[in-house]
Design a protein around this ligand. Structure first.
Ligand code: CA
Length: 221
C-alpha cells in the first residue's frame, strides 16, 4: 500500500514517514501543497495523510481539487488544535477522517488501517482467502492456522491482491504499491515475489493473467 504524506513540518514529517514505513507502507513525502497536488495528479496512492496548514497551497485546496477531479482516494487530514472550522470544512470537502495535532502515532496507524478497510468495503480486520489469513495490523500471515514467514515486499504484494480480490492488478500497479520515490526498482521484482508467495501459500492462490497482471479471485460462497 502506498501512502502520500503531505506535511511541511520537517520533524513531524520525518517521524511520520519513518513510522509509516515501519508499518510496511511505501511512503512518499511532499513538503508543501503544490508538491502534494502534483504527486496526486501523477501517481496512484492508496491513502493520503494531509496536513492543512501548508505553504503554496493549503491542504483544503489540495483536497478540493482532488475531489473535483473525481478521485476517491481516502484522505486523512491532520490539523492544528485551534482549527475546528477547518476540520468541518475538510470533512465536508470529502476527507475520510481527521486527527488533531499532537496525536499518537499508533492511533494514526490504526486509523489508516481502518480507513483502508472501509475503502475496500470491509469491516473485519483480517483479510482472508481460503486457508490464507492476513492480519494487517499484526503484519502476520497464516496458512491453515500456521504462521508463514514472508518478507515485507511479499507482504505488500499479497496485501494489495487480497484487498482487491476479483480485480486484476497490473504489474505496474503492484510495483507502485511497493516502491516509493526513494526506492530502487528491481527488475522482475513482482514476478519474483509472486513466485515466492505461491511457494509459501499454494500455487493456485494467485492467478496470472497473461499480459495484464495478477489476481486473487473472489471466493464463491
Ligand atoms: Ca503545517
Amino acid at each position: 500500500m502506498r501512502v502520500l504524506l503531505v506535511e511541511d513540518d520537517a520533524q513531524l514529517g520525518d517521524g511520520l514517514k519513518a513510522a509509516l514505513k515501519q508499518e510496511g507502507y511505501a511512503v512518499d513525502w511532499a513538503t508543501d501543497g503544490e508538491e502534494g497536488d502534483l504527486a496526486l495528479r501523477t501517481e496512484p496512492y492508496d491513502i493520503v495523510v494531509l496536513d492543512l496548514g501548508l505553504p503554496h497551497k493549503t491542504g483544503l485546496e489540495v483536497l478540493e481539487e482532488l475531489r473535483k477531479r473525481g478521485s476517491d482516494v481516502p484522505v486523512l487530514i491532520l490539523t492544528a488544535q485551534d482549527t475546528s472550522k477547518d476540520r468541518v470544512l475538510g470533512l465536508d470537502l470529502g476527507a475520510d477522517d481527521y486527527m488533531t495535532k499532537p496525536f499518537n502515532i499508533d492511533e494514526l496507524c490504526a486509523r489508516i488501517r481502518s480507513i483502508l478497510r472501509r475503502a475496500h468495503g470491509r469491516a473485519a480486520p483480517l483479510l482472508t482467502h481460503g486457508d490464507v489469513e492476513m492480519d494487517v495490523a499484526g503484519r502476520t500471515v497464516t496458512l491453515a492456522g500456521q504462521t508463514v514467514e514472508i518478507s515485507a515486499k511479499e507482504f505488500a504484494v499479497l496485501h494489495q491482491l487480497l484487498e482487491n480480490q476479483g480485480r486484476v492488478m497490473s504489474k505496474g500497479r503492484l510495483e507502485e504499491s511497493m516502491y516509493d520515490w526513494e526506492s530502487e526498482l528491481e527488475s522482475n521484482a513482482v514476478e519474483v515475489y509472486v513466485h515466492h508467495l505461491r511457494k509459501k501459500l499454494g500455487k493456485d492462490l494467485i492467478r496470472t493473467i497473461r499480459g495484464v497482471g495478477y489476481v486473487i479471485d473472489k471466493e464463491v460462497s
